[in-house]
Write a protein that binds this ligand. Structure first.
Ligand SMILES: Cc1ncc(C[n+]2csc(CCOP(=O)(O)OP(=O)(O)O)c2C)c(N)n1
Ligand SMILES: [Mg+2]
Length: 541
């Protein structure tokens, strides 16, 4: 301990020592001293218009940076507002650090105004939630950071009152940079895996959220090639197995081709790589999985035979001298072909579209046009809804960390703030947000955050004038779809109103050109395009 400091200043100094350059959030009176201290240490405060979207910004930044990112909210309504964002990071295993306002111990005992029990509120949606004081500041900050980054990663919440933030504390000599401590590794289990592969006739690999690691994804590709095994991925693994990999069979999400499901059903050995119960939108309905896992754990959502091992080394070991008998290239190609045939072969539905629908571009045609115009290394952030289900299946990804999506919680309103957070990490390169009209309407205020921060984000909003996913579900249950329908707000006018460049593409023929045009701009832009909701009725699985 050196000279005198304050808890707020030490928090800021700690974050700066860990490479944190910005904190996203929305203040209240309890956190103003903390924000001032952050800025004094060179940490920018990015003001958002809703706390949950601050958490989404941190979530996207953390995924790309592969270290915690930080968000901030005030006590009471600020904290209750951010619960959704923290829960999203919990279910997507993202290391986000939340700094939140709190009442000091004396006030908390007496006050009712804005006073909710923050520890109880955040316990189910975070890995750690604790109050910070001068007495535990140094220990808690380091422990929170380590907890967030320990497997399975996730959000941590530190609550601090204004008076405790100003309390005096000795200056801590924070280590300049964090050197990731090597986990004590269990031995590689290449022989066990090899033995099982030798016995199998129709093996399949299923890769999930934990494949987002260079060594593991490389090991997976080597194993698949050596034994010629088809690979199925979950939405969080998109990009970590390239769409150009000839053994990629498709994405296991709510919607997939019937062929993909047959592949999984018929497999006599399914090897799970980095899988996690939160990967699956529907419970795993196929045979038992031999799950390669870094840590031992119980997962009731995903029962499996767990092989606790150094996953990357095990994959690489078992790849050596593999027998390429899994027929993976052919089985994968058949699944990919079938996914497109599903869409092309189904007749147009004669069910009525939403009343305010203006018709529009077929979803799959829109995805192909946009994909052709967006660079292969550009980060794309996807919102939730039918658009997500279509994008997860049909949007091709060619590089790690080029497709971000809220999967575990599947919360609407992720794409726009996620793209802002991603953009802060990627710097000058453009980032794309693909969002449904319902999802964008939920977070319109963040268009102002985007305009104000000037980030190079292209927001593409698919206008089908309804909550398509829920409308389709209602229709398939023989219920009315109309309660899900809404109007046709002029998104171009809204974006222009906050100072952004905005254009409307009306037909498939000008969509790609508009995307290319906006990707060239230095600042933010929005493209509104009409989408024919009826096209989603062709998606099978
Ligand atoms: C915060 C939140 N509220 C409700 C839902 C339930 N939900 C899932 S998809 C969806 C519809 C999304 O509509 P839109 O953004 O227009 O996308 P579309 O389905 O039309 O492509 C809803 C309401 C959710 N996932 N998240
Ligand atoms: Mg919609």
């Amino acid at each position: 301990m050196g000279s005198e400091s304050t808890v707020a200043r030490e928090t800021a100094r700690f974050l700066a020592s860990r490479g944190i350059e910005r904190v996203y959030g929305l203040p209240g009176g309890e956190v103003t001293h903390l924000i001032e201290a952050l800025e004094d240490e060179g940490i920018a405060f990015v003001l958002t218009h809703h706390e949950t979207f601050a958490a989404h910004m941190a979530d996207a930044e953390a995924q790309l940076a592969d270290r915690p990112a930080v968000c901030l909210c005030t006590v009471g309504p600020g904290a209750t507002n951010i619960v959704n964002g923290i829960a999203n990071s919990m279910l997507d295993r993202t290391p986000v650090l939340l700094l939140m306002g709190e009442f000091n111990d004396a006030d908390r005992a007496e006050w009712t105004h804005m006073n909710v029990d923050l520890l109880e509120l955040f316990r189910p949606v975070s890995k750690l939630v604790e109050r910070m004081y001068a007495s535990n500041c140094a220990d808690l900050l380091e422990r929170a950071w380590d907890t967030a980054t320990a497997p399975m990663m996730g959000p941590v919440c530190v609550a601090l009152s204004s008076s405790d933030a100003q309390a005096e504390v000795g200056e801590t000599d924070w280590p300049a940079a964090e050197v990731a401590e090597e986990e004590e590794r269990v031995e590689a289990a290449g022989d066990v895996l090899r033995e099982r592969l030798e016995q199998a006739e129709r093996p399949a690999l299923v890769a999930g959220i934990g494949v987002r690691d260079a060594a593991i994804s490389q090991g997976l590709a080597e194993l698949a090639e050596a034994w010629d095994i088809p690979i199925v991925i979950t939405p969080k693994a998109k990009g970590w197995v390239s769409s150009e990999n000839p053994r990629l069979a498709g994405v296991y999400a709510s919607y997939g081709s019937a062929k993909l499901q047959t592949l999984l059903k018929d497999a006599d050995l399914v090897v799970g790589v980095g899988l996690d119960g939160t990967d699956f939108i529907r419970p795993w309905r196929y045979g038992e999985v031999l799950d390669l896992a870094e840590i031992a754990r119980e997962d009731s959502a995903f029962p499996a035979e767990r092989l606790v091992t150094d996953v990357a080394a095990t994959l690489r070991d078992a790849a050596v001298d593999g027998t390429p008998a899994g027929n993976g290239v052919d089985r994968a190609a058949e699944c990919r072909r079938a996914a497109w045939q599903d869409v092309e072969a189904k007749p147009e539905s004669d069910l009525a579209p939403p009343a305010s629908s203006r018709g529009g571009i077929q979803p799959h045609a829109a995805i192909e046009s946009i994909r052709g115009a967006v660079g292969r290394k550009t980060v794309v952030v996807c919102d939730v809804g039918m658009l997500k289900l279509a994008l997860c299946q049909y949007w091709e990804t060619f590089a790690p960390n080029t497709f971000l999506v809220s999967n575990g919680l599947s919360t609407m309103g992720y794409a726009l703030p996620g793209a802002i957070g991603a953009s802060h990490h990627v710097g000058d390169e453009p980032v794309v947000a693909l969002v449904g009209d319902g999802g964008l309407l939920m977070c319109l205020g963040e268009l102002d955050t985007l305009a104000r921060t000037g980030r190079r984000v292209v927001v593409m909003v698919a206008v089908d004038t309804t909550l398509s996913l829920i409308r389709l579900k209602s229709e398939s249950d023989n219920l009315r779809g109309s309660p899900n329908d809404f109007g046709t707000p002029d998104f171009v006018a809204i974006a222009t109103g906050v100072g952004m460049n905005a254009v409307r593409a009306v037909a498939e023929s000008d969509l790609a050109a508009k995307v290319e045009e906006c990707l060239m701009l230095d600042g933010p832009s929005l493209i509104e395009f009409p989408l024919d909701y009826r096209g989603y009725r062709r998606m099978g699985g």
